[in-house]
Write a protein that binds this ligand. Structure first.
Ligand SMILES: CCCCCCCC/C=C\C=C\CC(=O)SCCNC(=O)CCNC(=O)[C@H](O)C(C)(C)COP(=O)(O)OP(=O)(O)OC[C@H]1O[C@@H](n2cnc3c(N)ncnc32)[C@H](O)[C@@H]1OP(=O)(O)O
Length: 285
């Protein structure tokens, strides 16, 4: 069974295409998240596909949410989250949206990010991130809310929003604070440190360092296989107990969390920094 070729199948929604083994080829994948379900294992590989850098905007967040809905509906055994880019997992929030938006568009952006966060973090199946390139800002965060991370050597990972001038949203602080040893979390969050996979593995930010994407996928599958003989109800109840604080915080404070994000982005200081950051990115070449 060839799983590397994109095949045409029913479109699940406007932004998500399921890849399956129906032998009708399509020339080009233009959907924002590609879904490839392995019929043998029951695992779905979700590949972010907003090239060139998988910057996170409302549409990509919604496509991720829809893909997770589809996995829930099909009673998936697990998800591998990765990217179609050869060198970027995700470059984080779309700087263009932070630079040129307004309070309405930033509210919509954060609302969509909260939904995607809840779908992944509170899913009824485990998720493993095959980090096949840079994972920066929101890209790092979305790997952090998976249950496992394998990262390919030679790239960078970290929550750098402070360097973009954005005060860290509460849930990011909560989750970073639980994943990393306290001192590393504090330094990482306040300095916006980007790490090599080797450094990241020493502080629990990634679980395994691998040589390429293929090895990352193998590691992710091996992680998901560990759940095959354990009743998932027990796993999920336990996981929800561990994750309750962050999930409840977003569910019970949705609007406040959106308002906090908008306030952080629209401050004069943040806007000045975002502008400089945006121009530096554009002048890079
Ligand atoms: C309550 C629950 C919430 C849960 C969800 C929260 C989700 C969000 C969580 C946290 C929020 C974080 C804030 C951020 O994420 S801010 C963004 C942080 N990201 C960055 O700082 C990355 C910036 N980019 C880079 O460092 C590089 O581009 C890199 C990714 C390393 C790739 O480098 P390279 O391969 O050399 O490619 P280029 O730099 O030439 O980039 C190619 C084009 O892509 C554009 N680009 C890059 N990054 C972004 C971006 N983040 N947004 C928009 N566009 C981006 C770049 O300008 C190039 O464009 P062009 O070809 O037109 O010049």
């Amino acid at each position: 069974m060839s799983r590397n070729i994109l095949f045409l199948s029913k479109t699940i929604n406007s932004n998500v295409r399921r890849l399956c083994t129906t032998p009708t080829p399509v020339q080009k994948a233009e959907k924002l998240v590609l879904i490839d379900v392995n019929d043998k294992t029951g695992y779905g590989t979700l590949s972010m596909n907003r090239l060139p850098v998988n910057s996170l905007n409302v549409e990509l967040f919604n496509a991720l949410s829809d893909a997770y809905d589809e996995m829930e509906k099909n009673k998936s055994r697990g998800v591998i989250l990765t990217s179609t880019s050869p060198k970027i997992f995700s470059a984080g929030l779309d700087i263009n949206d932070l630079y040129s938006g307004d309070s309405k568009s930033w509210s919509e952006l954060w609302d969509a990010s909260q939904e995607a966060f809840l779908k992944i973090y509170d899913a009824s199946f485990p998720s493993a991130a095959a980090i096949n390139g840079h994972a920066i800002g929101g890209g790092c965060f979305f790997s952090m809310i998976c249950d496992y991370r394998a990262m390919v050597k030679g790239y960078q990972i970290g929550l750098n929003e402070i360097q973009v001038g954005i005060a860290l949203p509460k849930v990011l602080v909560m989750i970073m604070g639980k994943l990393l040893p306290r001192r590393h979390a504090e330094i990482s969050l306040t300095q916006g440190t980007l790490y090599s996979p080797e450094q990241a593995s020493k502080i629990n930010l990634v679980d395994d360092v691998v040589v390429d994407k293929a090895e990352a996928i193998i590691k992710c599958e091996a992680f998901l296989n560990k759940f095959r003989k354990i009743p998932m109800d027990a796993v999920n109840t336990t996981k929800r107990t561990i994750r309750r604080e962050e999930i409840d915080y977003i569910r019970n404070n949705k609007q406040k969390d959106i308002d906090d994000f908008v306030k952080a982005v629209e401050s004069v200081e943040a806007q000045n920094t975002i502008k400089m950051y945006y121009q530096a990115l554009k002048n890079k070449k």
